[in-house]
Design a protein around this ligand. Structure first.
Ligand code: ATP
Ligand code: HMH
Ligand code: MG
Length: 553
C-alpha cells in the first residue's frame, strides 16, 4: 500500500453541502503520476463525481403580474428543488384584472433562446406554456428534434381564466398534429380540452374522461384534463389517462380567489418531478398536492383589486421542517418485519425503550414505530431522539405514531397515522416530500384515500383479535386480501400477528402485501431479540415458499 507521504491530497471544487460531504469529495492521487496524467485523472474524477442538478426548461410567456407564466414556472420549479431555465415566447401586460396587452417575441429570437439553452445546459425536461402562434410551435418541435430531452410536458395554454386569448386559434392544429405526438403529457383545462375537441361540452367528470381518451388519440403518452373550473364541484377533480387506465384524482377545493396560475404551476411541478426521476402518475399526484397546499397557505393573500389573485409558490421556505435533513428513503421491503413499540410491556419486563428497540433491530426488524399513547411529550421527544440514534446506526427507519410534532422534533423518518388522527395529506404538507407516511386502513376506500393523500404505505388490520387494541374490529384474512388487491400502495398487515400465525398472513402471497407488523409478539416477551429472530426466520421461510409457489393458504 502506498504510504501517505506518496499521496497528494488534492481538493476538487465540487458541489457539496456540508463539511463532511466536502471531505468525502477530496481525492487522493499518487505523487508518481505525471502532472499531465494527474490533470486528466482529476478532470475524469471530477466529471464522475459531478452532481447532476435536475433541470427543467420552460418555454412560456411572461406574466407581468408574476402569478402565472414564466414567473410561476420558475418559482414552482425552485420550490420543488429543481433548476429552471426559461425561453420567453411573449411578454404580457397582465394583472389580477386580466390581460391588458400581449407582445410576442419574434420566432427567430425564440429559436435563438432555445438553441442557447438546449445546446449547452443539459436540460432534462421541457415544459411549455403560452405558445402564441403556429410558427412558435414549429420552431419548438424542430429544436426538440435537434436536442432531444427526457420528457416533454405540454400545457396547451390558450385562454386565460379572465377570458383573454393567449394563443391564436390557428395553434390548435400545431398542437394536435405536431407537438402532442412528442409529448409525455398534455395538461389542458376544461376550455382547452373542449377547444382541442372541436367544442365538445365538458360538464361532468365522465365528460372529462371521454375528453382525456379522445385527446390521447392525438399522440401524447398521457393526458391530464384539469377540473379547476368544473362548476358545481366541491372537489378539485382532475382526470388522468395513460392510454390504458383512467384515474380520477380528487383533491379538496380550496375556497380562495387566489387561483391565478394554478395550471402553469401544476405543469411545472410535473416537469420538476419528472426531472428528478419520478414516474408520471407519481409526478402528477405530487404536483396536484403542491398546488393544493400552495393555495391553502395563500388563501388570504390580498394582492390587486381584480377577481383572480396570485398565490405564494414559496410557502415551503417559510416552513422550518423543510430545512431538516432528509430521512431514510422508503423502500416497500422495509415493511417486512415491522416492530411497533409498547412502553407498558417494556416496564412489565423492566427494560428501557432504547434497549427494546436495539433488541428488535438486532433480531432482524426492518422498520420500527414508536407508538406511545400516554407518554408525556417531553419524555416522548427524548425517548424518540435516543431511539433515532440507534435506528440511524443500523440504517433502520423509525416512524412515530400519530405525533407529527414529536417526529419533527427528533427528525424521525416519518409518521404513521390512524383514521382519526391528522389527515395524511396534512402530515405530508408538514413533513415535506422526503418523509415516510403510513396510514391505518380497513377498507378499500380508505386505502384509495391514503394513496391520494400522498402516503407511502398502508397498515391493514386488525387481521386477528388483539389485546393492544381492545375495541378494534377485525377484518380477517379475507378483508386483508381484499384491501391488498385494491391498494395502490404497499401494505403491512397488523393485529394479533405472531410466530404462530404469521405464515397464514404472509402465506396468502397476495399482491402488495409486504410484511407483518407486530407488538406483543415481540415486546411482551422476555427475550425480544430471540423472538424477533424466530419471527424473521418464519417470515423468510414463508416468503421463499411463496416465491416458489408452494404455499397457497
Ligand atoms: N380552488 C382550488 N382548490 C384546489 N385545487 C384547485 C383549485 N383550482 C384549481 N385547482 C387545481 O389546480 C390545477 C390546475 O387546474 P385549472 O383547471 O385551474 O388549470 P388552468 O385553468 O389551466 O389554470 P390557470 O389558467 O389559472 O393557470 C388542477 O390540479 C386543479 O384541480
Ligand atoms: C403568460 C401567461 N401564461 C399562461 C397563463 C395561464 O394562466 C397566463 N395567464 N399568462
Ligand atoms: Mg383555472
Amino acid at each position: 500500500m502506498a504510504s501517505s507521504s506518496s499521496l497528494i491530497l488534492q481538493p476538487l471544487i465540487l458541489p457539496s453541502t456540508t463539511p463532511r460531504a466536502a471531505f468525502s469529495r477530496l481525492v487522493f492521487l499518487p505523487r508518481s503520476l505525471s502532472p499531465r496524467l494527474r490533470a486528466v485523472s482529476l478532470s475524469t474524477i471530477a466529471m464522475a463525481l459531478r452532481t447532476k442538478f435536475p433541470h427543467v426548461l420552460t418555454v412560456a410567456g411572461s406574466d407581468s403580474g408574476g402569478g402565472a407564466g414564466i414567473q410561476a414556472d420558475i418559482k414552482a420549479c425552485g420550490a420543488m428543488g429543481v433548476y429552471c431555465s426559461s425561453v420567453i415566447t411573449a411578454v404580457t401586460a397582465q394583472n389580477t384584472v386580466g390581460v391588458q396587452g400581449v407582445h410576442p417575441v419574434p420566432e427567430a429570437f425564440i429559436e435563438e433562446q432555445l438553441n442557447s439553452v438546449l445546446s449547452d445546459m443539459e436540460v432534462d425536461v421541457v415544459k411549455t406554456g403560452m405558445l402564441p402562434s403556429p410558427g412558435v410551435i414549429k420552431v419548438l418541435c424542430d429544436s426538440l428534434k435537434r436536442f432531444p430531452v427526457k420528457a416533454l410536458v405540454v400545457d396547451p395554454v390558450m385562454v386565460s381564466t379572465s377570458g383573454d386569448t393567449l394563443s391564436s386559434p390557428s395553434t390548435l392544429s400545431g398542437y394536435r398534429d405536431d407537438l402532442f405526438g412528442m409529448a409525455d403529457i398534455v395538461t389542458p383545462n376544461l376550455k382547452e380540452a373542449s377547444a382541442l375537441l372541436g367544442g365538445m361540452q365538458l360538464q361532468t367528470v365522465s365528460d372529462m374522461s371521454l375528453a382525456a381518451k379522445s385527446i390521447h388519440k392525438f399522440g401524447p403518452k398521457n393526458v391530464l384534463v384539469k377540473g379547476g373550473d368544473l362548476s358545481g364541484s366541491s372537489d378539485a377533480v382532475d382526470v388522468f389517462f395513460d392510454g390504458e387506465t383512467c384515474y380520477e384524482l380528487h383533491g379538496s377545493r380550496v375556497q380562495t380567489r387566489n387561483t391565478h396560475g394554478t395550471g402553469c404551476t401544476l405543469a411545472s411541478c410535473i416537469a420538476a418531478e419528472l426531472s428528478k426521476g419520478s414516474p408520471m402518475l407519481e409526478a402528477v399526484k405530487a404536483a396536484k398536492a403542491f398546488v393544493e397546499n400552495a393555495l391553502h397557505y395563500s388563501k388570504s393573500i390580498e394582492l390587486g383589486s381584480g377577481p383572480q389573485g396570485p398565490f405564494d409558490h414559496l410557502f415551503r421556505l417559510k416552513s422550518p421542517p423543510y430545512n431538516v435533513a432528509p430521512g431514510l428513503k422508503f423502500q416497500p421491503d422495509d415493511l417486512f418485519l415491522y416492530a411497533v413499540t409498547d412502553s407498558g410491556m417494556n416496564s412489565k419486563w423492566g427494560r428501557s425503550m432504547t434497549d427494546a428497540v436495539e433488541a428488535v433491530i438486532k433480531g432482524g426488524a426492518t422498520i420500527v414505530q414508536l407508538r406511545e399513547k400516554h407518554m408525556e411529550t417531553r419524555e416522548f421527544v427524548e425517548t424518540a431522539t435516543a431511539c433515532m440514534e440507534i435506528c440511524r446506526l443500523h440504517k433502520i427507519p423509525l416512524l412515530i405514531n400519530d405525533r407529527v410534532d414529536v417526529a419533527l422534533a427528533c427528525n424521525a423518518d416519518g409518521v404513521h397515522v390512524g383514521q382519526s388522527d391528522m389527515q395524511a395529506r396534512t402530515v405530508r404538507a408538514l413533513l415535506g416530500p422526503g418523509k415516510i407516511i403510513g396510514v391505518s386502513c380497513k377498507t378499500i376506500a380508505q386505502a384509495e384515500q391514503a394513496w391520494m393523500d400522498g402516503a407511502d404505505y398502508i397498515g391493514c388490520g386488525g387481521v386477528f383479535p388483539t389485546s393492544t387494541k381492545k375495541d378494534n374490529t377485525t377484518i380477517g384474512l379475507e378483508g386483508l386480501k381484499e384491501v391488498c388487491l385494491a391498494s395502490k400502495l404497499p401494505v403491512v398487515a397488523i393485529g394479533g400477528i405472531g410466530i404462530g400465525n404469521a405464515n397464514l398472513v404472509l402465506g396468502t402471497g397476495v399482491k402488495n402485501l409486504k410484511g407483518v407488523a407486530v407488538v406483543s409478539a415481540l415486546f411482551d416477551r422476555e427475550s425480544m431479540e430471540g423472538e424477533t429472530k424466530k419471527l424473521r426466520s418464519v417470515l423468510e421461510r414463508v416468503l421463499s415458499n411463496v416465491s416458489e409457489g408452494t404455499v397457497v393458504l
